[in-house]
Design a protein around this ligand. Structure first.
Ligand code: 5GP
Ligand code: ZN
Length: 117
């Protein structure tokens, strides 16, 4: 069972922000912004590439609720998912990072395709 499924099953403790029948939002263990929340479907899906539009419809509404609940719906936020190896995905249970609580920087970095090995 994956680490986020264990969090859903309460085998690993988490700092829950918001919960519904199908989704869970909890604080990231290593926050990269003043507010850094992970939003996941309770049913295991590996990554964004595998998720159904139906699940995304529910997740959209849930993410909006989370942003409102933590008070960043007006100030703004970033909602991102890392998909696959090049996307930097480390946990293979679909999750969206909700980042906010301060002015976020935008990093355009990527491995230089012209760099010699
Ligand atoms: P990824 O790199 O897959 O997009 O993001 C995985 C995220 O999960 C990282 O931001 C990491 O800090 C977070 N994370 C990894 N393990 C745990 C954990 O056990 N609990 C919580 N709350 N966050 C975790
Ligand atoms: Zn899982």
């Amino acid at each position: 069972m994956c680490i986020f499924c264990k969090i859903v099953n309460k085998e690993i403790p988490n700092n829950t922000v918001h919960e519904s029948e199908h989704f869970l939002a909890f604080h990231d263990l290593y926050p990269k912004a003043p507010i850094h929340i992970l939003i996941i479907p309770k049913t295991h899906v590996d990554c964004f590439q595998d998720v159904t539009p139906e699940t995304m419809a529910g997740l959209t509404e849930f993410a909006q609720e989370v942003a409102t609940k933590v008070g960043i719906d007006e100030s703004g936020y970033r909602l991102i998912t890392n998909n696959g190896p090049d996307g930097g995905q480390e946990v293979f249970h679909l999750h969206f990072h909700l980042l906010g609580g301060g002015k976020l920087t935008w990093d355009h970095s990527h491995e230089d395709p012209h760099k010699s090995l």
